[in-house]
Design a protein around this ligand. Structure first.
Ligand SMILES: [Zn+2]
Length: 73
């Protein structure tokens, strides 16, 4: 990831206007205030609340084992 430091200085969280921390490992920007995580695609931060994910409340919950017993006669 190769983000422009000048760009990073002017970027703020669109939700709470908080400052952002670069997560180099995951190509993401993390809001220091509200914790929203914004993706970076092709070195371009996607500063959209709709695109952001929250640190808690996973969008993809693990599938539950709903094993239904075979119908008994
Ligand atoms: Zn925020």
């Amino acid at each position: 990831m190769n983000l422009d430091p000048v760009l990073l200085e002017i970027l703020v969280c669109p939700d709470c206007k908080g400052s952002l921390t670069v997560d180099e490992d995951n190509d993401e920007l993390v809001c220091n205030s509200c914790g929203l995580i914004y993706p970076v695609r092709d070195d371009i931060p996607i500063m959209l609340i709709d695109e952001a994910r929250r640190p808690e409340g996973r969008p993809d919950p693990e599938p539950t084992d709903d094993q239904e017993p075979p119908a008994q006669q």
